[in-house]
Every structure is written in structure tokens, then in C-alpha cells.
Design a binder for this molecule. Structure first.
Ligand code: E4P
Length: 218
């Protein structure tokens, strides 16, 4: 299972890279705004900075909603760096744009997936990745993990090459459950990944080892 960091925060990306635990980054316009990145030149510079830090795929989302706008934005983003994956929402224009960009050899991440039908259309259009959103389904009383489980099964049955990115992962429990589904990628904030390290028995066990050592050596 690959870990992507779901952030545009350079410090978090550098820290995760330094730990050697991330395989890529996903961003979206809200995450870019959260970091105060505005204006085309700054946005481009920010994507390039992220690509310099990490070795893997970096999803950069289009802002256009019309077909022509999506494909021209997608082509520009893809030309920035070979690690860039163009993130496109699962609308009718989005599906057409994914088909077009795939034909041009440009990799795409189809985002805002909330049901298996949307994911199937994106895969048929040739998306490199589809991103089902777990947390946002949970927010409205549905079960986001069910969607991930269904997609892993469906994509396996039909043998799609499209990889599934479990997105909108809000907590470490989501992450642990994702591991059991066999999903290809999980994208989440850094604290969700480092949360995997937390266990009270690790803390008390380490404290005991060190105090036993001190008793003999101080
Ligand atoms: C990733 O591709 C998504 O943009 C992101 O995971 C959304 O997460 P959120 O629902 O916590 O905003």
C-alpha cells in the first residue's frame, strides 16, 4: 500500500519525505488556499517545489469546469513536471477530459468519487487513479469505507489498471481499515500516518527499558 500525503504544506511534505514514508502527494484547491498559495505563478512554483521534495506522483487539480478549460489546464499542469498527475472532478466534462488527456499520455486522478458508478466511468475513460472520499461520506451518515471495499472488489473483478486512492481519510482508524481492504493508495495528512506509531505499551515499554538500563549504568 502506498502512502500519499494529502497536503500542500511544505514542512509536512519535507518531514514525511525525511522519514522515508511517502510515495507521493495529493493537493486540491482548498489545501492550496490553506497554505495561502494564490496567483498562477505562485501556484506553479508551489507544485514545482513539492515535486523537488518528493519522488512520487503529485496531484494538481484543475479549476476549470468546462471541457476545453479542463484539457488546456491539464496539459499545462502536466507539462510542468513529469511527476504531476492532473486531478479532475468526476463530471461529464471531467470524464471527457480524462479520456482526452489519457490519449495524450497524461496521467489523471479522478476526484470527488462518492459511488462505484462514478469510479467505473473514470476507469473506463482511462484514469490513472480514482479518489473515493471516505470522510465526507461518513460526514453525511454513510459509510465511506464500504465504498472503498466495493471499489477494490469491482476493480479486481474487471481487471482495471486504474489505481484506487482512498481519500478524505481523517483519522488513523480510517487508515488501519484501509490497510485491510487492499486499496492501492491512501492519501491523508501527516498526523494520521504518524498516529500509526502511537501505542501506550510502546511508551511504557521504552520507559522501562531505559530506567532498567539507568539503574545499572548510572
Ligand atoms: C484528496 O484527494 C482529497 O482532496 C482530500 O482527501 C479531501 O479530504 P477532506 O474531505 O478531508 O477535505
Amino acid at each position: 500500500m502506498k502512502f500519499f500525503l494529502d497536503t500542500a504544506n511544505i514542512d509536512h511534505i519535507s518531514e514525511a519525505h525525511w522519514m522515508g514514508i511517502i510515495d507521493g502527494v495529493t493537493t486540491n484547491p482548498s489545501l492550496m488556499a490553506k497554505e495561502g498559495v494564490k496567483g498562477e505563478d505562485n501556484i506553479i512554483a508551489h507544485y514545482l517545489k513539492i515535486c523537488e521534495i518528493v519522488d512520487g506522483d503529485v496531484s494538481a487539480e484543475v479549476i476549470s469546469t468546462d471541457y476545453q478549460g479542463m484539457i488546456s489546464e491539464g496539459e499545462k499542469l502536466a507539462a510542468l513536471h513529469n511527476q504531476i498527475v492532473v486531478k479532475i472532478p468526476v463530471t461529464e466534462n471531467g470524464i471527457r477530459a480524462i479520456r482526452y488527456l489519457t490519449g495524450k499520455g497524461i496521467r489523471t486522478n479522478c476526484t470527488l468519487i462518492f459511488n462505484p458508478g462514478q469510479a467505473l466511468l473514470a476507469a473506463k475513460a482511462g484514469a490513472t487513479y480514482v479518489s473515493p472520499f471516505i470522510g465526507r461520506l461518513d460526514d453525511i451518515g454513510e459509510n465511506g469505507m464500504d465504498l472503498v471495499e466495493k471499489l477494490v472488489h469491482i476493480f479486481d473483478v474487471y481487471g482495471f489498471n486504474t489505481e484506487i486512492i482512498a481519500a478524505s481519510v481523517r483519522n488513523t482508524n480510517h487508515l488501519l481499515k484501509c490497510m485491510e481492504t487492499g486499496v492501492d493508495v491512501v492519501t491523508c495528512p501527516l498526523n494520521v500516518i504518524t498516529g500509526l506509531l502511537n501505542h501506550p505499551l510502546t511508551d511504557t515499554g521504552l520507559e522501562k527499558f531505559l530506567s532498567d538500563h539507568r539503574k545499572l549504568n548510572d
